[in-house]
Design a protein around this ligand. Structure first.
Ligand SMILES: [Zn+2]
Length: 348
């Protein structure tokens, strides 16, 4: 769930209160070439929070500001059921954007606030995420694929990035209809089978346990391999897929960050895991020259605006989804810096 935007009201108050301390503390953070920070201050304080926010803000530059919603204070508790149902209904009722093609082999078939991505391979389709409900899977995934000239019967795998219903809600339906294999991490299979972190009748039921992915596992279909990295934090079993895409015959490498928001309440070990995951994936982005960063929520990666740009004639010379490796590393530094700020807020 992208819960961050709901909790934005206090952000500026907090920033203002801490502003005076920023200048001193910013100097106390060691900055790596990739822009990640290591807190030198042992004791969390208003000043250390502000320093992490300042570092994340610097890493965001002018192009990655959307990610800074993550630096706004997160709630100490998960939303109550009625608040969750109400906000979800609002999200789901928004008109869906048109489906679109981001790369030669990558298609967007999502809703307004949550995305699903279809990777076309030589032997069928790998779908990443399955939206909120069976109805959305039918209208937006199946319907969207048909509009784009793709056959939903070719869906062989559904990778569910994490065990929240906005990503798995339509998975059971697609699995049953097309005999698609459903992939999720062991931790999130267990979570969906035992105690859902977020439960609402609005979402489709969790899919039946199928393939349990471990860190580094590959899903290979025809000419395409998707490597699944365990990036715990948003859930403890969040998977971030990494795969090749091409634009106009040029190859690029994409990472889809599998879970972004801090909507789990006051849970410092989770934030520690999140910080570690962003640092590790920053190193992987550098070593694998990952130059495309995608999300399963379009407010994070700006996918709707980018798809709209690609629909224009003539098409833009440069594919707007290609950020370049330094920007992907900065994005991970922003997310990690915001996680460090939130960790310190919880420890104050
Ligand atoms: Zn989620």
């Amino acid at each position: 769930m992208a819960a961050q935007r709901k909790y934005s009201r206090n952000a500026f108050l907090l920033k203002a209160a801490a502003l005076a301390a920023v200048a001193a503390l910013v100097q106390g953070c060691a900055q790596t070439p990739a822009g990640t920070t290591t807190a030198l201050a042992a004791t969390p304080s208003e000043a250390s929070v502000a320093a992490h926010v300042a570092t994340a803000t610097r890493a965001a530059g002018t192009d990655l500001k959307a990610l800074l919603t993550l630096c706004q204070p997160a709630p100490a508790a998960r939303p109550p059921q009625d608040a969750l149902d109400k906000s979800l209904a609002g999200f789901i009722n928004r008109p869906a954007p048109p489906p679109g093609q981001a790369f030669d082999n990558l298609y967007f078939v999502g809703a307004d606030w949550v995305s699903a991505w279809a990777i076309k391979t030589s032997q069928g389709i790998i779908l990443i995420d399955a939206l909120n409900t069976q109805a959305e899977a039918a209208s937006l995934i199946e319907g969207g694929m048909r509009k784009l000239g793709l056959d939903p019967a070719q869906i062989k795998y559904v990778i569910v990035t994490h065990g929240h219903g906005d990503h798995y809600g339509g998975a059971g339906y697609l699995a049953q209809k097309y005999r698609a294999r459903v992939v999720m991490s062991e931790a999130d299979w267990t979570m969906t089978e035992t105690r859902l972190e977020f439960a609402t009748p609005i979402w489709g039921a969790p899919p039946r346990r199928d393939i349990s992915a471990k860190d580094g596992d590959r899903i290979t279909l025809g000419d395409t391999s998707v490597t699944l990295y365990l990036t715990p934090g948003h859930t403890m079993g969040t998977l971030s897929p990494v795969f090749d895409v091409s634009a106009g015959g040029r190859k690029h490498r994409a990472m889809l960050w599998g879970g972004t928001g801090f909507n789990f309440g006051k849970d410092v070990p989770r934030l520690d895991a999140y910080i570690g995951a962003t640092q590790r994936m920053g190193a992987i982005a550098q070593s694998q020259r990952i130059d495309v960063l995608l999300s399963n929520h379009s407010n994070i990666d700006g996918s709707q605006a980018k798809l709209a740009a690609l629909r224009q004639q003539p098409a833009p010379a440069a594919n707007p989804f290609v950020l370049g490796t330094p920007a992907v590393e900065r994005a991970l530094a922003v997310m990690g810096g915001c996680a460090q700020a939130q960790r310190d807020r919880f420890l104050l």
